[in-house]
Design a binder for this molecule. Structure first.
Ligand code: NIG
Ligand code: FE
Length: 420
């Protein structure tokens, strides 16, 4: 009998996220119907979870002098957070635009004047690969302290072949150089770069399809596109995603962030793994998407973005959940619309402004977030066989998690069976 290498014991609550359907993301009532074990433990062998249960059922025969014991008395133990939507790698920052925004300029006005995303593109193109890597590692360290154990990282501030490939390379290198697992996504179709201003969005995506995507096979599983006024229109986004899908990429979209253009429904119909933002997605369209995709496409909601953009409209998540659409939560960490890595704050704002319950918010930032990046088989819940990515929190119950507004509740972070 193999001994346990690590046991987290005496937890006030173990948030297992287990007990729901396993073949698809949690939706409807399943989003809050998962199992909490009071007075529980989690046992690991090497990098895997091997047992989860009540303290009374802990099998002492597996505990040897080599077993490390982590006392979680009075604490919540839960899976590591999964950050399923970030723009991790970029140069510079946009503090100067924060002031313009406070004076009343809108996100799209700043972009149309050559700022916004295009300002970060200039700073990113000017940075060296080493500077970009150092920045990414700095941000990953911050994410780790917030208990993020897996993180999706989009490119999208290069908008030329070499810089976009560099951003994916940097994301992958950053993933290898520290413990948080990094899942890269290609967002070369973020906005149209100045070089293609005359030729237009269709010419630019043709360039990406022809000259960039073939070099990304095996480097990034997902492609993403920003479907919005001032970025890519619906028909160009459809064409791009169809072609990328034929090349073997899984699909994501930024859509219905500032207007209802139909991008979410279009991408879901093509089998998108996730549809992201959704602030302007209607509950009726959400119900159609849930039905058409049989609950496979996840809506990734980003509550810190409307907050930071001073926007009144938040995704109507309560209706999405009631209509059966699986939802995930993420920060959208980036220099323009969300310079925050505090996913805990995003959970609180999701409860306050989008109608989530605390249990639903936790599920949305763990198991459903793992579904949103194709990693539900190995993370997002505390179940035997999954990677031992887990957190010990300085709170005693799930209800306290979104309650302590803006705090970081993390006491210990374990990634792949090791405290980090
Ligand atoms: O997800 N909406 C498009 N892209 C990012 C923002 C990028 C930026 O402003 O730099 C987002 O919000
Ligand atoms: Fe984004």
């Amino acid at each position: 009998m193999l001994p346990y290498t690590l046991v987290i014991e005496h937890a006030a609550q173990v948030l297992t996220l287990a007990g729901g359907p396993t073949a698809r993301p949690l939706a409807g009532t399943n989003l809050h119907d998962w199992t909490i074990i009071e007075q529980g433990y989690v046992a690991c062998q090497g990098d895997k979870i091997v047992a989860v249960g009540h303290m009374a059922d802990l099998d002492l025969a597996h505990i040897t002098p080599e077993t490390r014991l982590l006392d979680a008395s009075g604490c919540v133990v839960m899976p590591g957070l999964v950050e399923c939507h970030t723009h991790l790698v970029f140069g510079g920052n946009r503090a100067h635009e924060f002031e313009r925004k406070l004076r009343g300029e809108s996100y799209l006005d700043i972009l149309a004047s050559g700022g916004g995303i295009l300002s970060t593109v200039r700073a990113t193109r000017a940075a060296t690969e080493m500077e970009l890597l150092e920045n990414a590692l700095h941000h990953l360290e911050g994410f780790r302290r917030y208990g993020i154990t897996t993180l999706e990282a989009k490119s999208g501030y290069g908008l030329d072949r070499d810089t976009e490939l560099r951003l994916v390379r940097v994301a992958r290198a950053a993933g290898r150089q520290q413990p948080v697992r990094v899942v890269p996504t290609f967002l070369g179709a973020h906005v149209v770069p100045p070089e293609f201003k005359e030729a237009g969005p269709r010419a630019y995506v043709d360039f990406i399809l022809r000259e960039v995507l073939s070099d990304l096979k095996g480097e990034a599983a997902f492609v993403d596109i920003f479907c919005e006024q001032g970025a890519f229109p619906l028909e160009v986004a459809r064409y791009f995603l169809e072609q990328a899908h034929k090349m073997g990429f899984s699909l994501k979209i930024h859509a219905e962030q500032l207007h209802d253009l139909g991008g979410c429904e279009m991408a879901a119909a093509l089998g998108a793994t996730s549809i992201d933002h959704c602030d302007y997605l209607t509950p009726a369209a959400a119900a159609r998407i849930a039905q058409q995709t049989q609950g496979q496409t996840v809506a990734v909601l980003l509550p810190l973005v409307p907050l930071f953009l001073r926007q009144e409209k938040y995704a109507p998540a309560r209706e999405f959940i009631n209509n059966g659409l699986p939802v995930a939560l993420s920060t959208d960490f980036n220099p323009g619309s969300c310079p925050s890595k505090n996913l805990w704050l995003a959970l609180s704002v999701a409860c306050l402004k989008m109608g989530f319950t605390p249990k639903e918010a936790v599920a949305a930032a763990t198991l459903n977030a793992a579904w949103a990046i194709g990693h539900a088989a190995d993370c997002g819940s505390l179940e035997p066989g999954k990677r031992a990515d887990l957190l010990v929190l300085n709170v005693g119950s799930v209800a306290e998690i979104p309650y302590w507004l803006g705090e970081n509740p993390v006491r210990d972070v374990v990634i792949a069976g090791e405290r980090v």
